[in-house]
Write a protein that binds this ligand. Sequence first.
Ligand code: 2YH
Length: 284
Amino acid sequence: MTRLKSSDICDIALRLEKYDQQLLKITGRTLVGIACHACNVDERTVRQKSPSFLIDVIPVTSGQGIITDFSKTVASILKFSGFNARVSDTHDTAGIVQAYENRSDAVMMADDKRFVGINLNNRCVADNSEVTGRVFAAALDLMAKGIKDRDALVMGCGPVGKAAAIALLSFNARVVLYDNRPEPARILQKSLSALAPENQVRIEEDLEKALLDCQYIIEATPVQNTIPEKLISGRMGIAAPGVPLGVSSKGCGILKDRLVHDKLELGVTAMAVSILTQKEETRS
Ligand code: 2YH
């Protein structure tokens, strides 16, 4: 799992407007629009509710500690997406206590392993890895103007790749799994078998063949340059939640507007939309 560095995120807040316009051009939807597509909710309803939904972003000191600008950047993304967000002036346990005392609707916080949003009113949780996989799959579906019946390659079968594969199946894509280790791909294929007919999910062990076969790609690995430039064509569409980006700068130049990649923006926005709109499951 990649730990974000301050240098990865320090200019995100300044580029939000530009990125939003870029997403609109590539997918036809903005950050909030793509997040709503990922959560299968109506954008107008979300835009009506989000300004009064108060999210406290709580800095967490455990493990490797605070990443400079992390909480501030998360709050900036939330505010840009229309939510009422602020960085808590206390951290860790005290931050959670303060959020309850102030009757905040939700908290967002990350340690070295998990980054979550928790709705304090109904106990719904959004996990960044799961939601990130889902929202990048939604971006790919929009970029493809409907990925139904198309082959979509998922590179990297960890938690983000898994969530992307599940979302792609919900959009009725044919999913091709690739991982540089055979075991994670096999485990994921098995877990997806409950969700789709056998012929809708296959494993491809030869990356070159997979990249030649599939026009649409989710790049969910934590490795640089996983997609060789010679295999990148102008007709490919890539949604890349992986950090660092698996496409070289020359590759980005070939793809132009056929690439969606960011380090926090889509994931954070989709986490907020998810905790705003999820309903608590009734327990028996
Ligand atoms: O970047 C991370 C982890 N790799 C979790 C990512 C889950 N997809 N955590 C951020 C740590 C933030 C820090 N504790 C802070 O500044 O609060």
